[in-house]
Design a protein around this ligand. Structure first.
Ligand code: 1GP
Length: 247
């Protein structure tokens, strides 16, 4: 019970973590996923997030979870909708898209999914999901009223509301492929005034950006696209976060 949550909490006491996002619809070569995932693991990534907004089916999700099953770090579902639920995962980010104008993404999908998640006994990580600055496909589909990159007070207000409602995690999402990532100032403000476990993702492509976000107080740094586009660079990012933890 609460195994993954404790794993994250314990590890993040020593500094920021890196999570690798695998989008089952974007993997060009499933045969190579196993060796790629092993390299990410050896570099020091602490968990796999599996999910995507478009074209993802439960079959594809299960397939990826199957391939990753031997690697000894948690496999956590990062769902965009109710179809992405699998008993093969160790946990699921139970997301509410807090700045959506569509109640379905705030509480509708969650109600439909909850009984199945309960039945399967998958650990839930209660997460406020905030779309910042760019949004990309997730912002479009989720009908997000996007928080500008520089509006730190607005983001903090959402973060406080999330914490007051009992959420434990806050995912600051610039959107997959965002031209720029969430700014460190937003992260540090939320870190200062809440006890939420802060996840940051979207548009992180360099070691420098990752380290700045870690320094600002992000608990978890997520990279997606770069893993598929430039695995060597992804590994450098992971190693730099691991080295930062050791300082
Ligand atoms: C998307 O935050 C993630 O949900 C990762 O974004 O693909 O830009 O790394 P990138």
């Amino acid at each position: 019970k609460e195994k993954i949550s404790k794993y994250i909490q314990q590890l993040s006491e020593e500094g920021a973590l890196h999570f690798s996002l695998i989008d089952p619809d974007k993997i060009s070569n499933l045969d190579k996923l196993d060796s790629l995932a092993r390299k990410l693991y050896e570099a020091g990534t602490s968990a796999f997030l599996i999910g995507g907004t478009l074209g993802v089916s439960k079959d594809k999700l299960d397939n990826v979870l199957e391939i990753l099953s031997d690697i000894k770090i948690p496999k956590i579902i990062f769902p965009s909708n109710i179809n992405l639920i699998s008993e093969k995962a160790d946990a699921i980010l139970f997301l509410s898209l807090l700045n959506s104008d569509d109640i379905y993404y705030v509480i509708g999908a969650q109600v439909v999914a909850a009984p199945l998640i309960k039945k399967l006994g998958i650990e839930v990580l209660p997460t406020g999901y905030l779309i910042i600055g760019y949004g990309g496909t997730a912002g479009h589909i989720g009908r997000a009223r996007i928080i500008p990159f520089d509006n730190n007070d607005l983001a903090l207000s959402y973060a406080l509301a999330a914490e007051f409602m009992g959420m434990k995690f806050l995912y600051l999402e610039a959107g997959s492929g965002s031209p720029e990532p969430v700014k460190p100032e937003m992260v540090s403000l939320i870190r200062r005034f809440t006890n939420l476990t802060i996840i940051v993702g979207g548009g992180i492509r360099t070691q420098e950006t990752a380290i700045k976000l870690a320094e600002a107080g992000a608990h978890i740094i997520v990279t997606g696209n770069i893993i598929e586009d430039n695995p060597e660079k992804a590994i450098k990012i992971i190693e730099s976060i691991r080295n930062y933890r050791r300082v």
